[in-house]
Write a protein that binds this ligand. Structure first.
Ligand code: SAM
Length: 257
């Protein structure tokens, strides 16, 4: 894989990215090529966050640890929400067995997570995964945090549209990690953005993930590029690597109703 992919250029074009974003992205690609996790992974904040997460998830039953590589990227991006005067409200699209849910709960003091998942798995989980156990594991894994998690079982398009229509809760963090079809990812991004407060953070997982069977144009990166073009005036890129993290810099009035 070339160090600088056409994806990088597409992302930067879509987001009006600066050379700082290019440098961050190169650094990520280099670290990955050299199989380093990057020097920041050993900073005290990240070490402490990882330790707290390990304690919060020690009781759990997990068949995958996909989430864990995100910690060094998430800690600096979520730090303002951890320090905020009000507990963060998180919308998680794609919870699986609750590992990422537990990170939010452990890193963001007093936070509340609205967890949206069909618990049916994605196409990519059709073979080699025990999808039928996912919901049971999620329930058991987050059980110690009763009162801080709301489970909304169903397809994300319908669940997020209902949240928008209800006109109630708005979120400080929206994490997009549900269906990895580009059209679903785009729908989650658009509805999630309406639900995200100005100053909030949106996290796209699996930006560089490739599932050949879908065709490259249907992978999440296609949705991220389109989405960032649409909100070009309203966001700043915090990180562009395997994941893309953006801060919402302003809310148009019709978003917040
Ligand atoms: C990659 S997993 C999430 C992993 C989790 N965030 C973690 O880090 O451990 C994707 C999840 O999205 C769910 N999912 C896939 N398509 C969905 C859809 N259209 N609506 C709601 N959930 C969906 C699957 O059931 C699965 O649990």
């Amino acid at each position: 894989m070339p160090l600088l992919s056409s994806n990088t250029f597409a992302l930067l074009r879509a987001s009006h990215g600066s050379w700082r974003d290019v440098a961050r992205h190169w650094r990520y690609r280099l670290d990955r090529a050299l199989r380093r996790t990057g020097p920041k992974a050993t900073s005290p904040d990240i070490v402490a966050a990882r330790a707290a997460f390990e304690r919060a998830s020690a009781h759990g039953e997990f068949s995958t640890t996909w989430f864990d590589a995100s910690i060094p990227v998430w800690v600096p991006a979520l730090a303002p929400h951890a320090r905020a005067t009000h507990p963060a409200r998180v919308l998680e699209i794609g919870s699986w067995e609750g590992r990422s849910t537990l990170f939010f709960l452990s890193y963001l003091p007093g936070s509340h997570v609205t967890a949206v998942d069909s618990f049916a798995g994605g196409d990519e989980h059709a073979a080699g995964y025990e999808v039928s156990a996912t919901e049971r594991r999620f329930d058991a894994n987050v059980a110690p945090f009763t009162g801080r998690v709301t489970k909304r079982k169903g397809l994300s398009g319908a669940q997020l549209a209902a949240l928008v229509a209800e006109g109630g809760e708005r979120f400080d963090v929206v994490y997009v990690d549900g269906s990895h079809f580009a059209d679903d990812t785009l729908l989650d991004a658009l509805l999630g953005w309406r639900l995200l407060m100005a100053g909030g953070t949106m996290i796209f997982d699996d930006y560089l993930w490739r599932f050949e069977r879908y065709g490259l144009a249907r992978n999440p990166s296609a949705a991220v590029h389109l989405f960032l073009k649409l909100v070009a005036a309203d966001h700043a890129v915090l990180h562009a690597g395997y994941q893309v993290l953006v801060r919402k810099t302003r809310s148009l009035t019709h978003y917040t109703g």
